[in-house]
Design a protein around this ligand. Structure first.
Ligand code: UFG
Length: 321
């Protein structure tokens, strides 16, 4: 298929673009390089530097869009809601408009667990209430809502994938590694591994008084390679007039302290840590039920253990196998 991948120079978008190229698709990556890296675009894909608000020029003959381009820092979204509404909702509406004009009827959208907010039960199912607690989650939920309306009214074929905590790295058939390289890094695993690599500050553990077994937040870590694979299944599952929503996680929760222990084991480094105040907006437990995508699309994670996520992130960071 001829496909457009927006945000394909980013961590997740580039890994998905690589898997699409490997599967024989003709891929164009559209990315404004605000957070992505041009050298992350897989060699077999065409790269166009630009904004999703100017997608009209790259939609000729395209049969489907995989849409990753977005602002994705929860804390920043609280400080700058204007940016999140403009880019994530405004930008996506412009993209959907251009797709309709060009007759492109298929989209796989990068949604998030942040659409659920503070969950009432665990694991979270797709039918659970969506009450985002920050503008990032709210802007992604608004797009999900728009996609449902566009599917119903205009026959769009849409799938939203709600990611939980993505980590690890993807290595393609030629040995090219796709890994996390954020300029502003807020995520737990890369922060911990940066300390293992010789960072001067200890790891901050944000809050040890949560209602969890060891008092630290529990998250569901999914390996980048498994997450990327789900996009290819989603693309095939796109059905005109339907908007499907699937959670993507491993189904198992790990606390911040447990992740730290795994990182210590994998790296062989002591990794000092210090307890700090809770980080604003962090729910205590976020674990996905991924039963729906397993049942309906046959998705099966190959790296369900958080150890694999950490080991592959560490290997990619240090250049070791
Ligand atoms: N944490 C620390 N120290 C750090 C970094 C994080 O203790 O240096 C803690 C956080 O407080 C949280 C947990 O580790 O309890 C995980 O934090 P991350 O920043 O790695 O991930 P989040 O769960 O906050 O966010 C991820 C995605 C978001 C998405 C969210 C939805 O990055 O885009 O999941 O579940 F919105």
């Amino acid at each position: 298929m001829k496909l457009l991948v927006t945000g394909g120079a980013g961590y997740i978008g580039s890994a998905v673009a690589a898997q699409l190229v490997e599967a024989g698709h003709e891929v164009t990556v559209l990315d404004d390089l605000s957070t992505g890296h041009a050298d992350a675009v897989p060699p077999g894909a065409r790269f166009v530097e630009g904004s999703i608000t100017d997608a009209a020029g790259v939609l000729d003959g395209v049969e489907g869009v995989l849409h990753f381009a977005a602002k994705s820092l929860v804390g920043e979204s609280v400080q700058r809601p204007d940016l999140y509404w403009a880019h994530n909702l405004g930008g996506t509406l412009a993209l959907l408009d251009a797709m309709r004009s060009a007759g492109v009827g298929r989209i796989v959208f990068s949604s998030t667990a942040a659409t659920y907010g503070e969950p009432e039960r665990s694991p979270i199912r797709e039918t659970d209430p969506t009450r985002p607690t920050n503008p990032y989650g709210a802007s992604k939920l608004a797009v999900d809502t728009a996609l449902s309306a566009f599917a119903g009214m205009y026959g769009l074929a849409a799938v939203s994938l709600r990611y939980f905590n993505v980590g690890g790295a993807y290595t393609d058939r030629d040995g090219r590694v796709y890994r996390e390289r954020h300029t502003v890094e807020t995520h737990l695993i890369p922060n911990v591994l940066a300390v293992a690599l010789g960072g001067r500050e200890p790891v901050s553990v944000f809050g040890t008084d949560y209602p969890t077994p060891d008092g630290t937040c529990v998250r569901d870590y999914i390996h980048l390679a498994d997450l990327a694979g789900a996009h290819l299944l989603a693309l095939d599952a796109c059905t005109p007039g339907e908007h499907r929503i699937y959670n993507l996680g491993s189904g198992t929760g790990f606390s911040v302290q447990e992740v730290l222990s795994v990182c210590r084991e994998v790296t062989g480094h002591e990794i000092p840590s210090v307890v700090r105040e809770r980080r604003a907006g962090d729910p205590a437990v976020l674990v996905a039920s991924s039963e729906k995508i397993r049942d309906e699309l046959g998705w099966k994670p190959e790296h369900p253990s958080v150890r694999d996520v950490v080991a592959d992130a560490w290997a990619a960071l240090t250049g070791r196998d």
